[in-house]
Design a protein around this ligand. Structure first.
Ligand code: SAM
Length: 205
């Protein structure tokens, strides 16, 4: 897949999308990274019509199916985009413009030499933290214990973030909604680990 960056003519300044135009209204923006089939993003958009939800996924088939489903069911506050969350977010979202990022069950990239591809890594967490509005949030959930440990370390090390109680956060802010993988884990009795972090206020100048 071509990263978005490569199709920008050389020397042209980056023009970020205006999401209020894309959605036809101003609303808080939430972004689900690696949405897969989009169960969570779809349910979230339905449950919170006051939010604009962007679902990001590399697999074009699932992006297409999610778009079709949203169109068929008249869910107007959801957009699905095929792109690489590890490269393309700076071309999509401005600083201090995103209310929340969710990442349900990111790919574990088991092999040691592939671990650098894991989504929850320091430079990306820093990027997401900069894109968050004050008080904005990052929610990560996984059923892979060592990935959970690593993700918690990386998120905790970001000076712009502070940890929240993930159980309360999921119930109160995410309305207890879950993803396809989460439902599979529940079905097979596989424990999941969740973590939630909020953007700290900027220090006074
Ligand atoms: C294990 S699946 C989980 C899907 C969904 N979030 C869930 O919980 O059911 C991980 C998903 O992340 C997508 N993915 C992995 N790396 C990605 C990236 N860099 N950018 C966007 N999507 C990515 C994969 O294609 C896959 O659909």
């Amino acid at each position: 897949m071509l990263p978005l960056m490569r199709i920008r003519p050389a020397g042209q300044p980056i023009r970020l999308p205006d999401w209020s135009i894309a959605f036809g209204r101003h609303a808080k923006l939430e972004v689900d990274l690696g949405c897969g089939r989009g169960h969570y993003a779809f349910a979230r958009a339905q449950a919170r019509p006051d939010r604009n939800v962007v679902a990001i996924e590399t697999r074009i088939k699932w992006v297409g199916l999610l778009r079709q489903r949203a169109k068929k069911q008249g869910v107007l506050n959801l957009r699905a985009i095929r792109c690489d969350a590890s490269m393309d977010l700076p071309l999509l979202f401005d600083k201090a413009s995103v209310e929340g990022f969710s990442i349900f069950h990111p790919d574990p990239w088991w092999k040691k030499r592939h671990r650098k591809r894991r989504l929850v890594r320091p430079e990306l967490v820093d990027q997401w933290a900069q894109m968050l509005t004050p008080g904005g949030w990052i929610f990560v959930q996984t059923d892979v214990p060592d990935l959970a440990e690593e993700a918690r370390e990386v998120l905790s090390a970001c000076a712009k973030l502070e940890a929240l109680d993930a159980t309360d956060f999921k119930r109160e802010v995410l309305d207890g909604l879950g993803s396809h993988r989460e439902h599979k884990c529940q079905q097979f009795g596989i424990p999941v680990r969740a973590m939630a972090f909020a953007r700290k206020p900027d220090p006074a100048p």
